[in-house]
Design a protein. Sequence first.
Length: 501
Amino acid sequence: RDKNLNGFYVASNFGSDNNLGEIFVSPVNLSGLVLYLTFDEGSGNIVYDYSGNSRVGYSYFSKGDIINSCESLDYWDGPIALDSSKKVDGNFSIIVKKKPAIGEWINISFNPPGTWNWSTKSGISFYNIVNISGGSNFNIKRVCINDSSGNWGCWNIGFYYTSWSQRYHSFSSYSLSSPTLPDLSRIDSIIFTFNASTTDDFEMRIDRIEVIGPEDVRWSRGVWGNAIQTDEYDYVSGVLSHKWGGVGYEVSFSSWINVGRSCYQSITTGTFGYAGIATFDDHWRPWQGIEYIDTDGDNCADRFYLMGYYYNNPLTASQYLTNFDSWIHYVLIFKVLDLNIVNLKMYKDGKLFFTTNITSSGIGLANGTTTQFNIGRNNAWRGQYFNGTIDEVMIFNRSLTDDEIKFLYQEGLKKLKNSGMIQFNSQIKPYIAISNPSGKIYVENLRVGNQNSKEIKLIKPFYDLEFDSNFRFSKGNHQIKIENIGFNSTSKRPIIRISES
C-alpha cells in the first residue's frame, strides 16, 4: 500500500519468497533517512552501495579485464576464435597453448560484437600482444581488420620473440589511426597471424586490444567547479586530450585508490617500470603523476611514487606501501609557475604528503601544449597498467584548498564505510544500517535476496537522524510506515519510527 507520511512517499512491494521488491523513499521536509534491514528467514546476499558505484568490489583496471582481475580464460588450441561474450568493452585476455610444427602459421581471430560503436573512436592500439612462457621462437607477421562490407586493412608488425628472458615482454603499442581503417563503424573481425620456427611448446597471451577515444567521458558538476567524474571507469584506456593554459594554469586530480597485494606482469623493475594511476604526458615531453613500482624484482607493486619526469631525469617522492587491500585518497595538484617550472603537490588521506617543482627547459605542461591525461596507465612508456581499483575520480580546473581536500577525504570515508556485501541465511540474521551525513541527495541501489533477488532503490539526503525502532522482514508480504515522531532538542536531530502498517 502506498502512503504519504510526514513528508515521505513510501511504496512497498515484498515478494513471498523473502526477496525484497522495491522501496522508494522521497524525503520532502525531513533532513534525512537511515534504514536498518534484518531478515528472519531465507538466504541470499545483501549488496549495498552507499557511494553510487554499480560494481562494488571489482577491479576495474587490469590487463585483460575479464570476469575479474585474477582470472584468465581457459587454454585454447589454435587456430581459435575468441567468444565475444567473454570480453569487457574492448579489452580481453586470451591464451593459446600449442605445440606447432616448424614454420606453421597460426591465426588468432577476435570477433567484436555489433554493439561496439567504433565510429567515434580516434584509433585502435594493441598493447602487450605477447606474454610468452616456453622456448619457441616465433614471428608475429601482421594484424588484419575486416569491416562489415568485407574490406580488409592489414598491417605488418614483425615482432620477433627469441629468448626465455622475454617471456613477459610487453609489445610496444601499435596504433592504427582512423584514416587507415576500412570502416570504423563496424569491425567484424581482427586477426593476428604468426608462425613458429621451432616445435617447442609455447603459450602466447594476447592481453589487450584497446580502443582510444574520449567519448565515454561524462561531465558533471563538481563540488567547487566543473569536474570529470565517474564511479566506474569503464573506458579503461582513460585517455583524455588536455590543453594546458600556460603560466598560471592549475588543475587538480582527486581519486580513491585501492592497491591489492597481488602480483601481475604490468609492473616491472627498471627505469620505465612504473604503473600509472593518473599521469599527464606528451610522450617525449615531461610527464608527471601518481605511479606504483616494483622495487625488489618480484613482479609485485610495493612502492608508491609521485613522479615528475623529464627525459631520463626523474624527480620523485616515494613511500613503501603498507596499506594493501584498503582505500587511499589522493589529490594531485599541478600549477604552472612559468614556462619552465611546474609545481606538483600530493595530498594523501587529506594531508599534504609531498610538494616539489619540476624545472627544465621546454616543459610541455607549461607552454600550452596539448597533452594526454591518462587514468589507469602510464601511456608515455607504452602502457604500464595499474592493477587495482580507482574510484570517485574528479578533475578540477583549479587548485583545491586544504579545507576542500580534507572535505573530499572525509566525505569519501563516509561513502566507503557503507558499501559492500554480506550474506544471510535462516541461522544468521544480519542487519545493515545505511546511514548518512552530508549535504547531497544520492540514488542508492540495494539488492537483497538469492537468485531471484530484486533491487531496492532509495533516494535520500545525508543528514543524521535518530530512530526509536528498526523494522524486520519475515517471509510474506509487508507494508511499512516511516514516521517523523518528534525532534530531539539535545542532539538537534529528528526522530524517526519505522514500523509495519
